[in-house]
Design a protein around this ligand. Structure first.
Ligand code: HAM
Length: 403
């Protein structure tokens, strides 16, 4: 038997229903916020992710599904959605339009991580990217949208926010942080020792408890933000307060991707174990430029679908459509014209094998049908069909033409 690859899984029955419910709900809400659907390739040039997500990030450094294709191109399966959407935005020259563009997407992402609960090698994201809006109102609106989606799905969450500054205030802060970390280098884990040189900010969200304990007195970016970043962050907090959206500030929230500036946020759940981030995002005002577009402010997020799968409250499944059956082989053929007519307006299940009434009723129940229609021996003779509403229990025998 050929099994799926490690860290990859099939979604069937209950899970696929949940998947569809999540995508449908999130898409409906994203459309209400003015977003339109975008589809980008799963495979992109490796350079795209190196330049956007960042060479020193774990995603690019350790987790890429990267290979040389038959045309000798260095390509990789997308580890996340933002880079491809930004590339598509620039490819279509939308950066040259004085307009605002908002896109939503969903689909598989690939990261060669060590699989564990909540961490897959192929997982799915639902994401949104907004281009051309530099105002912090958009950061607030994006957070409100995620809140609306999780509320509609019946999912509980905590919101954590932080500011990652901008090219004016981040570099001096990084220098201070490097100076601080260099003094405690020997007490840090090997990964953090390496990160001091490659990506010092990432030391702040090291999962190692002993590293975290050493960081209590580390310099805090929030107290070193430039005036613009500071006033944007204050404004974001006020907007959230005014909207009664609860959040906490996490100065160690740095996100695992290098393209962020200013607002960064995560939604976390305390019901799913160690991999608790169910959505993450933030502002990335420099990325369009970085990918050869014109300077364009942008902000976005992505929800991890598998992580919220078991948290979703599914709507009650209503009985739906009609079950068609016959009691004799001869009558089976008569079901198909009826089925194709009825299918124009509702779900139709046709049973191909002749059966007794009891067996048909059982199958109709299993199919979740709202009504059952059977051509029995008598009906066959008279060109009629027996119909029963399985909810009201009302039954009637009518001509096939009338049905
Ligand atoms: P991210 O935080 O890397 O952000 O991923 C977003 C979400 O995807 C996470 O919060 C988590 O729920 C889910 N996720 C990540 N890795 C895995 C995994 N290995 N297995 C299962 N679920 C996972 C991004 O990807 C950014 N592109 C988000 C963004 C959009 N920022 C701006 N725009």
């Amino acid at each position: 038997m050929i099994n799926p690859l490690k860290g990859m899984k099939d979604l069937t029955f209950d899970e696929s229903q949940r998947f569809v419910h999540i995508i449908t709900t999130a898409s409906t809400i994203a459309k209400r916020y003015g977003y339109s659907y975008i589809e980008t390739p799963l495979l992109e040039q490796t350079a795209l992710f190196k330049r956007s997500v960042g060479e020193s990030s774990d995603i690019v450094g350790k987790e890429m599904y990267q290979f040389i294709d038959k045309g000798k191109n260095d390509v990789c399966l997308r580890p996340e959605g933002t880079a491809g959407v930004v590339r598509a935005f620039v490819s279509a020259k939308l950066d040259r339009q004085p307009l605002k563009y908002k896109f939503y997407y969903y689909g598989p992402m690939f990261r060669y991580e060590r699989p564990q609960k909540g961490r897959l090698r192929e997982f799915h994201q639902f994401g949104c990217e907004s281009f051309g809006e530099g105002s912090v109102y958009e950061d607030f609106t994006i957070i409100s949208m995620i809140k609306d989606i999780f509320d509609a799905l019946g999912i509980g969450y905590d919101i954590q926010i932080n500011s990652l500054g901008c090219p004016a205030c981040m570099p001096p802060y990084r220098d201070d942080l490097v100076a601080f970390l260099s003094n405690i280098k020997e007490e840090l884990c090997d990964d953090c020792k390496r990160r001091i040189d490659t990506n010092p900010i990432r030391v702040l969200d090291c999962k190692n408890k002993s590293c975290q304990a050493k960081l209590t007195d580390s310099p805090k970016l929030l107290s070193q933000l430039c005036q613009e970043c500071d006033s944007d962050f204050e404004k974001l907090k006020k907007l959230l307060d005014d909207a009664d959206i609860n959040y906490s500030i996490d100065t160690n929230l740095v996100r695992g991707l290098d393209y962020y500036s200013k607002s960064a946020f995560e939604f976390v759940s305390n019901e799913i174990g160690a991999q608790s981030a169910i959505a993450g995002g933030g502002r990335y005002d420099k990325l369009v430029e970085f990918l050869d577009g014109k300077p364009t402010p942008a902000v976005g997020y992505a929800i991890g679908i598998e992580r919220i799968m078991e948290l979703v409250t599914m709507p009650k499944v209503e009985r739906e459509g009609i079950y068609l059956g016959a009691m004799s082989q001869e009558a089976i053929d008569m079901l198909f014209p009826i089925a194709s007519r009825k299918r124009q307006e509702q779900k139709v299940t046709v049973e191909y094998a002749p059966k007794g009434l009891k067996a048909h009723l059982k199958s109709a129940d299993r199919a979740g049908a709202k009504s059952i229609a059977i051509i029995g021996e008598d009906e066959l003779k008279d060109g009629k069909i027996w119909v029963k509403d399985l909810e009201t229990k009302e039954e009637k025998v009518i001509t096939i033409k009338e049905f």
